[in-house]
Design a binder for this molecule. Structure first.
Ligand code: FE2
Length: 374
């Protein structure tokens, strides 16, 4: 027997090819009302529904969509079970960041082989529109990733959902796709989850920020951004860092009772128009001190957008070597200070607004102080 071995010369293969985010599922106390908030305030259209009327006995789910962004808003109909338990512990929040794949069986095999905890083995679902295969693995906290294979399916969402032909409540605001989804994890757990996304999901480290980048007088955090092979899926992971007072990440962990999704960034091609509409429709954003705009041009140089418009709406700007980006953050969208949204427009820049962290965190801390949590 020859014992000769050859050096690995084969190019590293992406063992988990992803087409993008398929949907984000929220577990909430009242799905009908939460869905109305995303339709009337964020401008999403109700496209599909499943519940008792479609033969589901334990839950109701509303699927709302705007361009490529799809949210599933689910509530339990009974006091026991996994959905009710999730809401009891975490409040309203994100359960599932579902990923669109060509082969859900393979995705499950490759990830569980590398240590992912299985939540649902590959399962075929069928109705008159065709067939889907779904499988699910666990990530941080009680959050999961469902792999959705829908190449043989033409229905409104998944088998069992009834299509909603049109939505008179929806007020579209120009939101286009999910840019990134951020997770908050506990003290010293960031690297464990960075390793999970690298070793188990085939992601790579994209950017990282330490507490010197992201600290204010009071609080600090550390963050690493993980990206899948084609860059369509980006998951920054935050952990708290030692500061003089309680950081916003600690406040989240305390009120969410553990790790979970902190914010979802939604991309637009015209942030001024989108944010003006969202404000008009009742979305509440963090406010920025006037001093931020006095220093803005010196920091980022010439940009296309009028400064007074940016200031009026409270939109932040950051620049890197490749271009610039505009962003704004909502207040938490539930009573617990947990999940919030970011609206982002990229003009060349592929980064995450490092230059804004300080201004942003000071704005968050003003709110934290008002809640008595700083
Ligand atoms: Fe973000």
């Amino acid at each position: 027997m020859s014992t000769l071995t050859h050096p690995e010369i084969e190019k590293k293969k992406d063992f988990l090819p992803l087409n993008g985010t398929d949907y984000v599922e929220f577990y909430v106390g009242n799905a009908r009302q939460a869905a109305y908030y995303y339709r009337a305030a964020f401008g999403m259209s109700l496209v599909a529904y499943a519940g008792p009327e479609t033969g589901l006995r334990d839950r109701a789910s509303y699927v709302v969509q705007q361009d490529k962004i799809r949210f599933v808003i689910t509530t339990p109909l009974r006091p026991d079970g996994e959905i009710a338990g999730h809401i009891h512990r975490h409040g309203d929040g994100v359960r599932d960041v579902a990923l669109w794949v060509d082969d859900a069986r393979q995705a499950w095999k490759e990830t569980t082989k590398r240590g992912a905890r299985s939540i649902l083995e590959p399962t075929i679902q069928k109705d008159e529109y065709g067939t889907v295969c779904i499988s699910t693995v666990a990530t941080y906290g009680d959050t999961v990733h469902t792999f959705v294979e829908r190449k043989d399916y033409s229905g409104p969402f998944l088998p069992g959902y009834r299509a909603i032909p049109s939505d008179a409540q929806a007020r579209p605001a120009g939101l286009r796709y999910v840019d990134h989804i951020v997770g908050n994890v506990g003290w010293n757990e960031m690297n464990r989850w960075v390793d999970f996304y690298r070793d188990t999901m085939g992601f790579e480290l994209y950017q990282h920020f330490d507490d010197k980048d992201i600290s204010t007088e009071y609080s600090a955090l550390m963050s690493k951004v993980m990206s899948n092979g084609n860059g369509r899926v980006k998951f920054p992971i935050n952990e708290p860092a030692e500061g003089r007072r309680k950081s916003q990440i600690e406040e989240y962990l305390e009120f969410y009772h553990g790790s979970g999704v902190q914010h979802i960034a939604l991309a637009t091609d015209d942030i001024l128009k989108t944010v003006a509409l969202l404000k008009q429709q009742g979305v509440e954003f963090l406010s920025v001190p006037r001093s931020y705009y006095a220093e803005l041009e010196a920091r980022v140089g010439k940009i296309d957008e009028p400064l007074d418009e940016l200031e009026r709406l409270g939109v932040l700007v950051d620049r890197d070597e490749e271009g610039y980006m505009l962003q704004i953050f909502t207040r938490p969208v539930e009573d617990r200070p947990t999940l919030f949204f970011e609206i982002i427009q990229r003009k060349g820049s592929r980064s995450f607004g490092k230059g804004n962290f300080k201004a942003l965190f000071e704005a968050i801390e003003r709110e934290q102080a008002a809640r008595g949590n700083l």
